[in-house]
Design a protein around this ligand. Structure first.
Ligand code: NAD
Length: 390
């Protein structure tokens, strides 16, 4: 089987490529990758992948001719994107650049799939889910982290206003379709606003599904939650687990942004190598039995078992890097005055991957502490990683 992985030298592309090679039973697997090396540090993955037999092309998915040069392939795993939720609005990248990369690039890949009758797998994102209901989620602090209150508390009869400050009357959590205390499922609203980044991804999803149906090639949409692991190029707006941990290791100043200013915001966390077993199954179902109804769009995430707040991550880092001065930059409760606010910040994002478990028997296998240990070990070996990658 010939696979094309776009963004192959990025964090997810390179990790998935290696995991697929680790898992391949025979030499029947050939991987070609394309990357324009726009992500700082991505070039560092090139030699390692080439040493494993991966063919790497320096090219750009925005340019159709670069894809034409690749030749036939059986599947595309699309992991090339500008993956920041602040892309196009932070003054560091233009909206045109974002749309051309994340959507124009997808169109070129779909045209290539049409040509070669190849399958297409999009690594999409939890950022396709509607921001207002997530931003207004009812949460309370338990054990240094936001959590949705239990149903009993939500259904209380004292008519108290929910805790999070809010401009408009808010829908109670349990009335939000697609929301449960296990996380956000695929049926959660994708109505705008979802951020420019999220909108390039949901538009790519729709186009991919439409191309697949129209031109008869298989398409799988994997909406991934936050991913983390060694070699991730962490920045404050993308790759937060790696950015936070490397910053502690390097003794850099950090601050909590938004909400109560105490870092109670929560994410779940997935190691991208855990995607590989599912990708193998998806790529084996090119010719699905007629009449089967395997869902084409699924969430993949670490799920509830792998959630952590920034505050809890700081506690973990304090133990792991006891001599780091970073702790002195973070505010004790009494000093919090007016936390900085950033667009698109959300208090609690946990993706519910139960549909992937039901459909494919897929579950994440790397625990959040194993992910953190892996990043910390890598940080010990690469003490200047922030400068290399941010
Ligand atoms: N990392 C996460 O937490 C996360 C979560 C959900 C979804 N995703 C998705 O996974 C994919 C990979 O994310 P990542 O974390 O590995 O990001 P990354 O920035 O580490 O990797 C992206 C790679 O794509 C390359 N690239 C960008 N534009 C390109 C172009 N036009 N042509 C060729 N190469 C190009 C970059 O140089 C980089 O090597 C993205 O599509 C992202 O939306 C990531």
């Amino acid at each position: 089987m010939n696979i094309l992985i776009t963004g192959i030298c990025g964090f997810v592309g390179s990790t998935v490529a290696e995991a697929l090679l680790d898992q391949a039973a025979s030499s029947d697997l050939t991987i070609t990758g394309i990357d324009n090396f726009s992500r700082n540090g991505s070039w560092l993955n090139r030699d390692r992948l080439q040493a494993r037999g991966v063919r790497i092309l320096h090219g750009d998915i925005r340019t159709a001719a670069d894809l034409e040069a690749i030749g036939p392939f059986d599947w595309v795993i699309d992991a090339a994107a500008n993956p920041s939720v602040l892309a196009g609005v932070d003054g560091k990248s233009s909206t045109r650049q974002l749309v051309e990369n994340n959507l124009g690039g997808t169109i070129n890949l779909l045209e290539a799939c049409k040509r070669w009758k190849a399958g297409f797998i999009l690594l999409s994102t939890s950022r396709v889910y509607s921001i207002p209901p997530l931003a207004n989620l009812e949460v309370e602090v338990q054990d240094r982290a936001f959590h949705p209150p239990s149903n009993n508390q939500e259904q209380g009869t004292n008519n108290e206003e929910p805790r999070t400050k809010n401009q408009e009357p808010r829908t109670r959590n349990q009335e939000l379709p697609g929301f449960s205390r296990s996380g956000i499922s695929e049926s959660f609203s994708t109505a705008p606003p979802v951020s420019l980044y999220g909108s390039t991804k949901i538009t790519s999803e729709l186009l991919a599904l439409e191309y697949g149906l129209t031109f008869d090639f298989p398409v799988w949409i994997n909406r991934c939650g936050v991913m983390a692991g060694a070699r991730q190029f962490g920045k404050p707006d993308q790759g937060i687990f790696a950015f936070w941990l490397h910053s502690w290791r390097e003794g850099r100043p950090l601050k909590y942004i938004g909400f109560d200013g105490l870092g109670h915001q929560v994410r779940d966390c997935l190691h991208p190598r855990d995607l590989a077993p599912l990708l193998v199954k998806q790529m084996a179902t090119k010719n699905q039995e007629p009449g089967t109804t395997t869902p084409r769009v699924i969430n993949l995430s670490g799920g509830l078992a792998s959630t952590m707040s920034l505050r809890q991550l700081s506690d973990w880092c304090t133990e792991r890097f006891p001599d780091s001065p970073t702790r002195d930059f973070l505010p004790p409760v009494a000093e919090v005055l007016k936390p900085e606010v950033r667009p698109f910040d959300l208090p609690w994002v946990v993706l519910d991957h139960s549909l992937a478990t039901e459909t494919w028997g897929w579950k994440p296998t790397t625990s959040v502490t194993d992910i953190l240990e892996e990043i910390a070990d890598f940080a010990d070996q690469n003490p200047d990683w922030i400068a290399v990658s941010a």
